[in-house]
Write a protein that binds this ligand. Structure first.
Ligand SMILES: Cc1ncc(COP(=O)(O)O)c(C=O)c1O
Length: 452
């Protein structure tokens, strides 16, 4: 099919010939040419050469203000000097001792000191592994297989996490997921305590959610709902899992559980916990977490405990980055700063929307900036996004407009992920002012193509 001609796409192609060539090579071997679904961008993705602070440079030399921040993992920005120093020091000592090592102990102590639910800490290799292990622990502890999750909440890519992510919610977002796995998940609309109460029957062995809102705050959370969830699950003895892969250490040093004052039984962590390196953790109540521990009792060790392996669990290089990061964000100052910059960015972008009259929404909380292109199509209006907004409308995406907006932002010097950007504690007023100007120019380019 002949593609319509787009000035934005032509400018993007002309500005990024090396990215285009790399993509042509990549797609010969890498399915679709990309290595994470969220990096899908038409007509081709941008290739990045290097990054520092809040900036990164594309292979053709363009400088960009970055709101990917390592998919939200680089809360201190790219190449923070202390994090880099710690990683370098560990590299000199080896990347993998295949053994327990001193850094994992220090790392666990830091996590324990910051996250309210962290009586015990077990390191994993990623956020997906963290939610998978948390679900296994919940099931083992409750003795029940069914898990209740919320529509529009994202927990990684393992089989159980593929249902209830995007409309139509009952259909997994992937092929190849056994019905037996998908069938274990009960779906509840977010922020609906009546529906939750009905679903929380005797078969439910665990409840999982993103406490700061589904899909990185795309669907805002009602704090009262969180408290009600906590009360009901506690009363029924059902383990409550917070997926704080995004919100952990970001909303507050203790994550969303500190921010909202609600403590779950188990918490899945990743991203910031490992300071921009691959890694994650599950933390929680000792009684549940200790199901992983060997007891030297043959029956228990073989038949009763929860098994957990992973070549890269608590990898010392990730531990070094994690420690250097957590040591610098424990007093809340970094979070307050990032939240303030988040507020400025959202305000500035909303003012640009008013000035241009573009059909876009910007909203969010703390250091997450959510955006939605084409809200009038689905009846959403500016200033009205709350935990009561229909979550299906908030997830009704217009892929073409989103991709075109991303290209236009890149052309104006800003790289922001689809649907939400993550602000770090090192973004400056200048970065924000520059980004707002870039956004306004991008909106006008989009309007010229009838897409906003
Ligand atoms: C809330 C949430 N849970 C889980 C994950 C999966 O983490 P990972 O990509 O490290 O597997 C993500 C990733 O973005 C996430 O946002």
């Amino acid at each position: 099919m002949e593609r319509e001609s787009s000035r934005i796409e032509t400018l993007y192609l002309n500005a990024h010939p090396t990215s285009y060539k790399l993509f042509q090579r990549a797609r010969q071997l890498i399915p679709g040419g990309i290595t994470h679904d969220i990096r899908y961008l038409t007509p081709f993705p941008l290739y990045i050469e290097r990054a520092t602070g809040t900036r990164k440079w594309a292979v053709d030399g363009q400088e960009l203000v970055d709101y990917w921040m390592g998919h939200g993992s680089l809360f201190l920005g790219h190449l923070h000097p202390e994090v880099t120093r710690a990683v370098r020091a560990q590299l000199e000592k080896g990347t993998h001792p295949g053994a327990c090592h001193p850094l994992e102990v220090r790392w666990a102590e830091l996590v324990h000191g910051m996250v309210p639910s962290a009586e015990r800490v077990r390191f994993t290799g990623s956020g997906t592994e963290s939610t998978q292990l948390a679900l296994r622990l919940a099931r083992a502890s409750s003795g029940k297989d069914k898990v209740l999750k919320f529509e529009g909440h994202f927990h990684g890519w393992h089989d159980y996490a593929t249902v209830g992510v995007r409309p139509p919610y009952q259909v997994p977002v992937s092929r190849g997921v056994p019905e037996e796995a998908a069938g274990q998940i009960l779906l509840c609309p977010p922020n609906d305590i009546g529906a939750f109460e009905k679903l929380l029957d005797d078969e439910v062995g665990g409840v999982i959610l993103e406490p700061a809102g589904g899909t990185s705050g795309t669907i805002p959370t009602d704090p009262v709902f969180l408290q009600q969830l906590r009360e009901m699950t506690r009363k029924r003895g059902v383990p409550l899992i917070f997926d704080e892969v995004i919100s952990g250490f970001r909303h507050a040093p203790g994550g969303a559980q500190e921010y909202y004052g609600v403590t779950p039984d188990l918490t899945a962590l990743a991203k910031i916990v490992a300071g921009g390196m691959p890694g994650g953790a599950v933390v929680g109540r000792a009684e549940i977490m200790d199901l992983i521990a060997f007891r030297g009792d043959r029956e228990w060790d073989r038949h009763d405990r929860v098994a957990h392996a992973g070549t890269f669990n608590a990898n010392p290089v990730a531990a070094a980055a994690g420690i250097a990061t957590l040591e610098r964000i424990g007093n809340g100052e970094a979070q307050r700063r990032a939240n303030r910059m988040g507020e400025r960015l959202r305000e500035g972008m909303n003012e640009a929307i008013v000035r241009t009259g573009a059909d876009l929404l910007v909203y969010g909380e703390g250091s997450v900036c959510n955006y939605f292109v084409g809200p009038s199509r689905v009846g959403l209006r500016a200033g009205e996004i709350s935990s009561r907004t229909d979550h299906r409308a908030l997830q009704a995406t217009n892929v073409k407009s989103h991709h075109r907006l991303r290209l236009a932002m890149i052309l104006n010097g800003v790289d922001i992920p689809p649907f939400h950007g993550w602000i770090s504690s090192v973004h400056t007023e200048d970065d924000i002012a520059f980004s707002v100007q870039a956004f306004e120019k991008a909106l006008r380019m989009l309007q010229a193509e009838g897409l906003a």
